[in-house]
Design a binder for this molecule. Structure first.
Ligand SMILES: [Zn+2]
Length: 338
């Protein structure tokens, strides 16, 4: 009986020893033999689908663009934290996400346009080198179509139906290094950096072509526009004033993307005669190469609600500007918005 008990105890101890030994050995086996393979497989499985799914588009993309590259961009934006509908349409929400993302990147130009710099920053975000928080740069657009919910984007539509918020002041307002028919330093000399750079290039090209362009009026604050409109109403009555002057918030000049240009031949005034000067003709032909459009073209008053203004240049970026000017469109028509 005792002997049997001893042998059972011995058997149990042996079993216990084996279990302990096996437990010790098992992780060792994993580490030495199977570990490298499974680790490698794990890595491959983790990364390959991501690279296949997400390709950062190579081309510049902006509002109204459509297709597979826009779809990839939307998928990438969702990966870094947004919740966009992946439909391949560069719509207001996609523009908002790009703008909001850009506003969270230090020193980045805010345009709502997907470009090289945005691509690079998105790549870093994907690699977790930087984190972003959706809507912490710019609030998500609401459904109120009468106010411009994203005034930072280059293709923002500002007109009598879409007003800029009263408190909107563009970031990066600078004075472009171009000729003005007056001296000093006043707010209306300013434009947003991106538009100012483009204006400088355009003036340089104009100089090379032998024309004599002058910049007359750029950025205008909400309050300044308020005063101007009130003065025009007092002089001409509200109905007439509304055909050539904008109510506060409804002026593109508040966007910082606009510059009125003129020439010595017409005494530096802003009149339709500018269109007949060498400078006016040159601008009509070449402004798009620098990202500008004639915002209020001839014969489009029904759409723009403004008479022809050959002097009023609006920066929209080169891609959009070329299409708009070549096809003779208004910004409203280009964006499919009325
Ligand atoms: Zn103007």
């Amino acid at each position: 009986m005792l002997k049997k008990g001893l042998s059972v105890a011995f058997a149990l101890m042996t079993l216990l020893f084996l279990v302990v030994a096996c437990n010790n050995q098992e992780p060792k086996d994993r580490n030495t033999n199977s570990a490298p393979t499974s680790e490698k497989n794990g890595q491959d499985m983790k990364e390959e689908p991501e690279e296949e799914d997400v390709t950062l588009p190579e081309t510049t993309l902006h509002k109204t663009d459509q297709g597979e590259s826009v779809q990839s961009l939307q998928e990438i934006l969702n990966k870094v934290g947004y919740s966009l509908t992946v439909d391949g349409e560069f719509n207001a929400m996609t523009t908002w996400a790009i703008t909001d993302f850009q506003m969270q990147q230090e020193g980045m130009d805010v345009s709502g346009i997907y470009n090289k710099a945005t691509k690079e920053a998105l790549r870093k975000s994907l690699e977790n080198e930087s984190s972003i928080e959706p809507a912490s740069g710019l609030a998500k657009p609401d459904n109120d179509k009468s106010t411009v919910s994203n005034p930072h984007e280059i293709l923002a539509l500002v007109n009598k139906e879409h007003a800029l918020p009263a408190d909107f002041v563009p970031r990066n307002l600078v004075k472009p290094d171009v000729r003005f028919p007056f001296t000093g330093s006043v707010p209306k000399m300013q434009m947003r950096q991106v538009a100012a750079d483009a204006l400088e290039e355009m003036f340089q090209a104009g100089d090379n072509a032998g024309i004599d362009l002058f910049a007359q009026s750029g950025y205008r604050s909400y309050d300044r526009q308020d005063a101007i409109f009130a003065s025009n109403v007092a002089q001409h009555g509200e109905k007439v004033a509304n055909t050539f002057s904008a109510r506060p918030g409804e002026s593109e000049h508040q966007s910082g993307l606009t510059m009125d240009v003129t020439s010595p031949d017409i005494g530096y005034e802003l009149t339709v005669e500018f269109g007949e000067t060498d400078e006016g003709k040159w601008v009509q032909q070449h402004a798009a190469e620098y990202g500008f459009i004639i915002r209020y073209p001839k014969g489009k008053k029904k759409i723009t609600k403004y008479q022809y203004e050959p002097w009023h240049l609006r920066y929209v970026g080169q891609d959009a500007a070329k299409e708009i000017m070549q096809k003779g469109l208004t910004l409203e028509e280009y964006l499919g918005v009325k």
